[in-house]
Design a protein around this ligand. Structure first.
Ligand code: NAP
Length: 356
């Protein structure tokens, strides 16, 4: 029997909450194993293709690199399967006419890549030195020397940065419906945001909650028409528009939120047991600052071949894509990055790495 466990870890750092949600399955833990490295330099493991991130981007890249017999190593990061693995159902990934569970799809991606020789390491990269090849990557337990690097580190949910948010995270405030929705059985929940995530996750929470109130700062929604229709027609869903949440209120647990109408300026206290925040994402690219060119918003700049400004370093998925951010587009970009990494290695074959 396959058991799925989602663990939420909240860390407070410089007054900001860092939330990580880890999806583990029995099989994924049991499958962790050893692998062949090209060589070792001191304690560093020398690999041809190092993939950072285990979401659709990372494992698609790993699948293509593995089929090119490059024995890619995937560093999972804290969130095995990426954000997609935290989505209850994914209905727009081709090949699954009835939809597929996010964790299940993540598992399939991983199994397929590993079937062809990709290796999963359950650790996070913490720093990189891209000044020369092989690139040096320092992770939780190991150091890697990578002939090519594929960055698929994805993005993390944004916070409202309002009073009470940090203090009550994990005590009524959440950024993950799949992880925490169950705790709100027969309770009142507020969801903030007007995009696909807010409506899709809000609809998911109706399975448990007695009511789900979407609070959105505008009149119009950014979410796709099909989700808007479903949300509007759902008997448990309510909408408060042109309104922002300005304060999270409660002592030991969330009790209410302060709302402000952005047109009239009127403030109200709205009682609620849960507050789910889905207001977009920020790319996880901090460790590449000063080494890879980025946009003002922190997305890594790539050309149409997923090449960054550093030859041999490729970026794909939400770390480099401010436009589409879909499972299918991230997977496509990951595959493209691996094809290009393979070509790069072929072109530099004249100066091969010495194996030991
Ligand atoms: P998003 O599309 O960027 O939407 C963020 C929402 O939060 C917007 O409605 C925005 O309001 C609101 N917002 C931003 N900052 C805010 C603040 N400080 N206070 C209050 N509201 C704020 O983000 P997302 O919904 O997470 O979606 C991200 C990407 O993933 C999108 O490309 C989406 O299509 C994709 N996605 C797809 C699916 C699916 O296809 N089933 C599911 C989930 C996500 P404004 O509208 O006023 O800017």
């Amino acid at each position: 029997m396959q058991i799925f466990t989602i663990v939420s870890i909240y860390r407070l750092e410089h007054g900001k909450i860092h939330a990580k949600h880890i999806v583990w399955t029995t099989e994924r833990i049991l499958k962790r194993g050893n692998y062949q490295v090209m060589s070792s330099n001191g304690n560093a493991k020398h690999v041809k293709v190092l993939v950072l991130g285990s979401g659709p981007t990372g494992y698609s890249a790993a699948l293509y690199a593995a089929r090119a017999e490059l024995a890619p190593v995937v560093l999972t990061g804290m969130q095995l399967g990426g954000q997609a693995a935290l989505t209850y159902t994914i209905e727009n990934y081709p090949g699954f006419p009835e939809g597929v569970g996010g964790a299940q799809l993540g598992e399939l991606f991983q199994r397929q890549a590993e079937h062809f020789g990709a290796v999963t390491e359950f650790e996070s990269a913490n720093s990189v030195d891209l000044s020369q090849r092989p690139f040096r990557v320092t992770a939780d337990s190991n150091e890697y020397l990578a002939e090519t690097l594929i960055v698929g580190t994805g993005a993390s949910p944004n916070h409202l940065d309002i009073p009470g948010e940090v203090e009550l995270t994990g005590r009524g405030v959440s950024y993950c419906a799949t992880c925490d929705g169950w705790f709100f059985k027969d309770k009142k929940v507020v969801v903030v945001g007007g995009g696909d995530s807010a409506l899709e996750e809000g609809l998911f929470i109706t399975r448990y909650a007695s009511s789900v109130t979407i609070v959105h700062r505008r009149e119009e929604f950014r979410a796709s028409p099909i989700l808007q229709k479903r949300a509007r027609e759902h008997p448990k869903m309510n909408f408060i528009l042109n309104t922002v949440v300005t304060e999270v209120i409660g002592t030991d647990k969330l009790e209410a939120v302060r709302l402000k109408n952005v047109i009239t300026g009127e403030e109200t206290i709205y009682e609620t047991d849960g507050l789910f925040i889905f207001i977009g994402h920020t790319p996880n690219t901090e460790m590449f600052k000063g080494q890879l060119e980025m946009s003002e918003l922190g997305y890594i700049k790539v050309n149409e071949r997923m090449e960054t400004n550093v030859p041999g370093v490729f970026a794909a998925g939400e770390a480099a894509d401010p436009h589409f951010r879909q499972v299918v587009t991230s997977a496509g970009m990951g595959a493209a990055a691996a094809i290009q990494a393979t070509r790069f290695l072929e072109a530099t074959e004249s100066s091969p790495v010495t194996s030991t």
